[in-house]
Design a protein around this ligand. Sequence first.
Ligand SMILES: *[C@@H]1O[C@H](CO)[C@@H](O)[C@H](O)[C@H]1NC(C)=O
Length: 318
Amino acid sequence: MHIPLDFFLSIRPALFNLCIVFIFFFKKPLRPELFDFHGVQMIHYFTDNWEAVQNFQARPDDILIATYPKAGTTWVSCILDLLYFGQTSPERQTSIPIYERVPFLEIFIPSRVLGVDQAEKLLTTPRLIKTHFPVQFVPKSFWEQNCRMVYVARNAKDSMVSYFHFDRMNTVQPEAGDWKDYFQRFIKGKMVFGSWYDHVSGWWKKKQTHSNIHYMFFEDLVEDTGREIDKLCSFLGLSPSAEVKKQITGEVQFDNMKKNSMANYSTVPVMDFKISPFMRKGKVGDWKNHFTVAQNEEFDEDYRKKMKDSTLQFRSAI
Ligand SMILES: *[C@@H]1O[C@H](CO)[C@@H](O)[C@H](O)[C@H]1NC(C)=O
Protein backbone atom coordinates (compact mmCIF):
# COMPACT_ATOMS: atom_id res chain seq x y z
CA MET A 1 0.00 0.00 0.00
CA HIS A 2 1.26 3.44 -0.86
CA ILE A 3 0.60 6.27 1.57
CA PRO A 4 1.11 9.66 -0.04
CA LEU A 5 3.61 12.06 1.52
CA ASP A 6 0.90 14.68 1.66
CA PHE A 7 -0.92 12.60 4.21
CA PHE A 8 2.03 12.67 6.62
CA LEU A 9 2.49 16.37 6.12
CA SER A 10 -1.13 17.01 6.88
CA ILE A 11 -1.13 15.08 10.12
CA ARG A 12 2.22 16.47 11.26
CA PRO A 13 0.75 19.13 13.58
CA ALA A 14 -1.47 16.53 15.19
CA LEU A 15 1.48 14.20 15.76
CA PHE A 16 3.43 17.06 17.24
CA ASN A 17 0.62 17.82 19.68
CA LEU A 18 0.34 14.18 20.59
CA CYS A 19 4.03 14.13 21.47
CA ILE A 20 3.66 17.18 23.68
CA VAL A 21 0.73 15.61 25.49
CA PHE A 22 2.71 12.39 25.87
CA ILE A 23 5.76 14.17 27.28
CA PHE A 24 3.57 16.17 29.62
CA PHE A 25 1.93 13.11 31.11
CA PHE A 26 4.89 10.80 31.26
CA LYS A 27 7.80 13.08 32.04
CA LYS A 28 9.57 12.40 35.27
CA PRO A 29 9.81 15.46 37.46
CA LEU A 30 13.38 16.72 37.67
CA ARG A 31 14.90 15.89 41.01
CA PRO A 32 17.22 18.36 42.74
CA GLU A 33 20.94 17.58 43.10
CA LEU A 34 22.90 17.57 46.35
CA PHE A 35 25.77 20.01 46.74
CA ASP A 36 28.10 21.08 49.49
CA PHE A 37 26.88 24.15 51.32
CA HIS A 38 29.13 25.46 54.14
CA GLY A 39 30.22 21.87 54.69
CA VAL A 40 26.73 20.35 54.70
CA GLN A 41 25.04 18.50 51.84
CA MET A 42 21.98 20.48 50.79
CA ILE A 43 19.59 21.02 47.88
CA HIS A 44 18.71 24.41 46.49
CA TYR A 45 15.15 24.43 47.86
CA PHE A 46 16.63 24.95 51.32
CA THR A 47 19.41 27.38 50.43
CA ASP A 48 17.88 29.62 47.74
CA ASN A 49 16.39 31.93 50.35
CA TRP A 50 19.48 31.87 52.59
CA GLU A 51 19.75 35.64 53.17
CA ALA A 52 16.14 36.03 54.21
CA VAL A 53 16.28 32.91 56.36
CA GLN A 54 19.43 34.05 58.14
CA ASN A 55 17.94 37.50 58.69
CA PHE A 56 14.68 36.13 60.06
CA GLN A 57 13.61 38.14 63.09
CA ALA A 58 12.68 35.73 65.84
CA ARG A 59 10.64 36.90 68.81
CA PRO A 60 11.40 35.86 72.38
CA ASP A 61 8.31 33.65 72.59
CA ASP A 62 8.86 31.86 69.26
CA ILE A 63 9.38 28.13 69.59
CA LEU A 64 11.65 26.36 67.15
CA ILE A 65 11.01 22.68 66.45
CA ALA A 66 14.21 21.22 65.05
CA THR A 67 14.96 17.72 63.81
CA TYR A 68 16.97 15.77 61.31
CA PRO A 69 14.38 14.75 58.68
CA LYS A 70 12.06 11.88 59.56
CA ALA A 71 12.52 12.05 63.32
CA GLY A 72 8.98 12.93 64.37
CA THR A 73 8.79 16.59 63.35
CA THR A 74 5.13 16.47 62.41
CA TRP A 75 4.32 14.50 65.51
CA VAL A 76 5.87 17.05 67.86
CA SER A 77 4.48 19.93 65.79
CA CYS A 78 0.97 18.57 66.25
CA ILE A 79 1.54 18.08 69.98
CA LEU A 80 2.76 21.65 70.47
CA ASP A 81 -0.01 23.05 68.32
CA LEU A 82 -2.60 21.19 70.39
CA LEU A 83 -1.00 22.21 73.67
CA TYR A 84 -1.04 25.89 72.75
CA PHE A 85 -4.11 26.26 70.59
CA GLY A 86 -6.16 23.07 70.91
CA GLN A 87 -8.53 24.57 73.47
CA THR A 88 -8.72 28.16 72.25
CA SER A 89 -9.03 27.49 68.51
CA PRO A 90 -9.93 23.86 67.90
CA GLU A 91 -10.91 24.66 64.29
CA ARG A 92 -7.19 25.03 63.44
CA GLN A 93 -6.79 21.27 63.71
CA THR A 94 -9.50 20.53 61.19
CA SER A 95 -8.99 23.32 58.68
CA ILE A 96 -5.29 24.22 58.44
CA PRO A 97 -2.63 21.70 57.37
CA ILE A 98 0.13 21.25 59.92
CA TYR A 99 2.78 22.60 57.53
CA GLU A 100 0.91 25.93 57.54
CA ARG A 101 0.31 26.00 61.28
CA VAL A 102 4.01 25.27 61.79
CA PRO A 103 5.91 26.71 58.80
CA PHE A 104 9.14 25.13 57.59
CA LEU A 105 11.51 28.09 57.86
CA GLU A 106 14.10 27.34 55.18
CA ILE A 107 11.88 25.88 52.48
CA PHE A 108 11.72 27.97 49.31
CA ILE A 109 9.76 26.61 46.38
CA PRO A 110 8.54 29.64 44.43
CA SER A 111 4.81 29.70 43.69
CA ARG A 112 4.34 26.82 46.13
CA VAL A 113 5.81 27.35 49.55
CA LEU A 114 7.92 30.11 51.05
CA GLY A 115 8.79 29.29 54.65
CA VAL A 116 10.01 32.70 55.80
CA ASP A 117 6.93 34.46 54.43
CA GLN A 118 4.65 31.93 56.07
CA ALA A 119 6.43 32.31 59.40
CA GLU A 120 6.25 36.11 59.20
CA LYS A 121 2.54 35.95 58.49
CA LEU A 122 1.78 33.78 61.52
CA LEU A 123 -0.67 35.49 63.81
CA THR A 124 -0.35 33.11 66.73
CA THR A 125 1.56 33.65 69.96
CA PRO A 126 3.75 31.78 70.32
CA ARG A 127 4.74 31.17 66.72
CA LEU A 128 5.71 27.55 66.19
CA ILE A 129 8.41 27.24 63.54
CA LYS A 130 10.00 24.11 62.09
CA THR A 131 13.53 23.64 60.82
CA HIS A 132 15.74 20.76 59.71
CA PHE A 133 18.89 22.84 59.92
CA PRO A 134 21.99 21.53 61.66
CA VAL A 135 22.51 23.69 64.74
CA GLN A 136 25.12 25.96 63.13
CA PHE A 137 22.63 27.09 60.45
CA VAL A 138 19.98 28.35 62.89
CA PRO A 139 19.42 32.09 62.26
CA LYS A 140 21.14 34.16 64.94
CA SER A 141 18.03 35.97 66.15
CA PHE A 142 16.75 32.72 67.69
CA TRP A 143 19.83 32.71 69.94
CA GLU A 144 19.72 36.45 70.57
CA GLN A 145 16.09 36.21 71.64
CA ASN A 146 16.82 33.13 73.71
CA CYS A 147 13.93 31.27 72.05
CA ARG A 148 12.95 27.87 73.29
CA MET A 149 13.81 25.01 70.97
CA VAL A 150 12.54 21.45 70.89
CA TYR A 151 14.91 19.03 69.21
CA VAL A 152 13.71 15.53 68.34
CA ALA A 153 16.24 12.81 67.57
CA ARG A 154 15.60 9.31 66.23
CA ASN A 155 17.95 6.36 66.07
CA ALA A 156 20.08 6.30 62.94
CA LYS A 157 18.84 3.01 61.51
CA ASP A 158 15.17 3.91 61.55
CA SER A 159 16.00 7.43 60.38
CA MET A 160 17.77 5.95 57.38
CA VAL A 161 14.88 3.65 56.46
CA SER A 162 12.30 6.36 56.91
CA TYR A 163 14.34 8.86 54.88
CA PHE A 164 14.76 6.26 52.12
CA HIS A 165 11.01 5.85 51.70
CA PHE A 166 10.52 9.60 51.93
CA ASP A 167 13.06 10.29 49.17
CA ARG A 168 11.36 7.70 46.99
CA MET A 169 7.99 9.42 47.19
CA ASN A 170 8.94 13.10 47.42
CA THR A 171 9.78 14.62 44.05
CA VAL A 172 11.45 17.68 45.57
CA GLN A 173 14.09 15.45 47.19
CA PRO A 174 16.99 13.81 45.32
CA GLU A 175 16.28 10.40 43.79
CA ALA A 176 16.57 7.66 46.44
CA GLY A 177 18.09 5.08 44.10
CA ASP A 178 18.31 1.54 45.41
CA TRP A 179 18.59 0.64 49.07
CA LYS A 180 22.17 -0.61 48.84
CA ASP A 181 23.43 2.73 47.54
CA TYR A 182 21.22 4.69 49.89
CA PHE A 183 22.72 2.84 52.84
CA GLN A 184 26.24 3.94 51.79
CA ARG A 185 25.13 7.49 51.13
CA PHE A 186 23.60 7.77 54.59
CA ILE A 187 26.79 6.56 56.26
CA LYS A 188 28.78 9.10 54.25
CA GLY A 189 26.39 11.89 55.19
CA LYS A 190 25.33 12.48 51.60
CA MET A 191 21.77 13.30 52.54
CA VAL A 192 19.77 16.51 52.40
CA PHE A 193 20.65 18.40 55.63
CA GLY A 194 23.89 16.48 55.78
CA SER A 195 25.14 13.81 58.08
CA TRP A 196 22.75 12.36 60.67
CA TYR A 197 25.74 11.87 62.96
CA ASP A 198 26.77 15.53 62.80
CA HIS A 199 23.19 16.71 63.15
CA VAL A 200 22.22 14.84 66.31
CA SER A 201 25.66 15.40 67.87
CA GLY A 202 25.76 19.10 67.00
CA TRP A 203 22.42 19.78 68.67
CA TRP A 204 23.33 17.57 71.63
CA LYS A 205 26.54 19.49 72.19
CA LYS A 206 24.70 22.81 72.00
CA LYS A 207 22.16 21.59 74.52
CA GLN A 208 24.88 21.09 77.12
CA THR A 209 25.42 24.84 77.33
CA HIS A 210 21.98 26.05 76.37
CA SER A 211 19.14 25.37 78.80
CA ASN A 212 16.46 26.51 76.36
CA ILE A 213 16.88 23.39 74.24
CA HIS A 214 14.66 20.43 75.09
CA TYR A 215 16.28 17.36 73.51
CA MET A 216 13.88 14.48 73.11
CA PHE A 217 13.83 11.08 71.43
CA PHE A 218 11.39 9.57 68.96
CA GLU A 219 11.69 6.20 70.70
CA ASP A 220 10.57 7.71 74.01
CA LEU A 221 7.56 9.25 72.31
CA VAL A 222 6.57 5.89 70.90
CA GLU A 223 7.13 4.18 74.23
CA ASP A 224 5.13 6.63 76.33
CA THR A 225 3.60 9.60 74.58
CA GLY A 226 1.91 10.89 77.74
CA ARG A 227 5.17 10.96 79.70
CA GLU A 228 6.91 12.88 76.90
CA ILE A 229 4.05 15.38 76.73
CA ASP A 230 4.49 15.91 80.48
CA LYS A 231 8.17 16.65 79.97
CA LEU A 232 7.36 19.04 77.14
CA CYS A 233 4.84 20.81 79.36
CA SER A 234 7.35 21.34 82.14
CA PHE A 235 9.91 22.63 79.65
CA LEU A 236 7.37 25.03 78.15
CA GLY A 237 5.83 26.03 81.47
CA LEU A 238 2.40 24.73 80.54
CA SER A 239 0.01 22.98 82.89
CA PRO A 240 -2.93 21.53 80.99
CA SER A 241 -5.50 19.54 82.92
CA ALA A 242 -5.18 15.76 83.05
CA GLU A 243 -8.22 15.54 80.82
CA VAL A 244 -6.74 17.80 78.15
CA LYS A 245 -3.46 15.90 78.25
CA LYS A 246 -5.28 12.64 77.81
CA GLN A 247 -7.22 14.04 74.87
CA ILE A 248 -4.03 15.29 73.19
CA THR A 249 -2.27 11.98 73.78
CA GLY A 250 -5.15 10.23 72.02
CA GLU A 251 -5.28 12.64 69.11
CA VAL A 252 -1.60 12.24 68.30
CA GLN A 253 -1.53 8.45 68.26
CA PHE A 254 -0.06 7.33 64.95
CA ASP A 255 -3.26 5.85 63.55
CA ASN A 256 -5.20 9.02 64.29
CA MET A 257 -2.58 11.28 62.76
CA LYS A 258 -2.35 9.06 59.70
CA LYS A 259 -6.03 9.49 58.94
CA ASN A 260 -6.04 13.20 59.67
CA SER A 261 -5.81 14.99 56.32
CA MET A 262 -4.59 18.12 58.10
CA ALA A 263 -1.60 16.18 59.43
CA ASN A 264 -0.91 13.39 56.92
CA TYR A 265 0.37 15.62 54.10
CA SER A 266 -2.19 14.19 51.67
CA THR A 267 -2.73 17.76 50.47
CA VAL A 268 0.87 18.12 49.22
CA PRO A 269 1.10 17.64 45.42
CA VAL A 270 4.85 16.89 45.23
CA MET A 271 4.49 13.66 47.17
CA ASP A 272 3.46 10.43 45.51
CA PHE A 273 1.50 8.42 48.07
CA LYS A 274 1.23 5.54 45.63
CA ILE A 275 4.96 4.98 46.17
CA SER A 276 4.88 5.39 49.93
CA PRO A 277 2.69 7.36 52.35
CA PHE A 278 4.11 10.33 54.27
CA MET A 279 3.17 8.63 57.51
CA ARG A 280 4.38 5.15 56.91
CA LYS A 281 4.69 3.12 60.10
CA GLY A 282 5.77 5.35 62.97
CA LYS A 283 7.47 2.40 64.66
CA VAL A 284 10.80 1.66 66.28
CA GLY A 285 12.83 -1.13 64.69
CA ASP A 286 11.52 -1.23 61.13
CA TRP A 287 15.19 -1.12 60.07
CA LYS A 288 15.24 -4.86 60.80
CA ASN A 289 13.08 -5.33 57.70
CA HIS A 290 15.59 -3.46 55.54
CA PHE A 291 19.13 -4.03 56.83
CA THR A 292 20.89 -7.19 55.78
CA VAL A 293 23.05 -8.91 58.41
CA ALA A 294 26.17 -7.69 56.61
CA GLN A 295 24.85 -4.14 56.42
CA ASN A 296 24.04 -4.20 60.09
CA GLU A 297 27.58 -5.24 60.99
CA GLU A 298 29.11 -2.65 58.72
CA PHE A 299 26.80 -0.03 60.13
CA ASP A 300 27.51 -0.82 63.78
CA GLU A 301 31.24 -0.79 63.29
CA ASP A 302 31.16 2.55 61.52
CA TYR A 303 28.70 3.94 64.09
CA ARG A 304 31.00 3.14 66.99
CA LYS A 305 33.81 5.06 65.30
CA LYS A 306 31.70 8.06 64.38
CA MET A 307 29.94 8.36 67.75
CA LYS A 308 32.75 7.28 70.07
CA ASP A 309 33.19 10.73 71.62
CA SER A 310 29.50 11.34 72.13
CA THR A 311 27.49 10.71 75.29
CA LEU A 312 24.35 10.39 73.17
CA GLN A 313 22.56 7.10 73.60
CA PHE A 314 19.96 5.87 71.16
CA ARG A 315 17.64 2.90 71.24
CA SER A 316 17.09 0.99 67.99
CA ALA A 317 14.53 -1.23 69.66
CA ILE A 318 12.15 -0.73 72.56
C1 LIG B 1 -5.07 11.19 54.95
O1 LIG B 1 -6.28 11.50 55.56
C2 LIG B 1 -7.43 11.42 54.72
C3 LIG B 1 -8.63 11.85 55.52
O2 LIG B 1 -8.88 10.96 56.59
C4 LIG B 1 -7.57 10.00 54.17
O3 LIG B 1 -8.66 9.94 53.28
C5 LIG B 1 -6.30 9.60 53.46
O4 LIG B 1 -6.38 8.25 53.05
C6 LIG B 1 -5.10 9.78 54.37
N1 LIG B 1 -3.90 9.53 53.61
C7 LIG B 1 -3.04 8.54 53.89
C8 LIG B 1 -1.93 8.40 52.93
O5 LIG B 1 -3.16 7.82 54.85
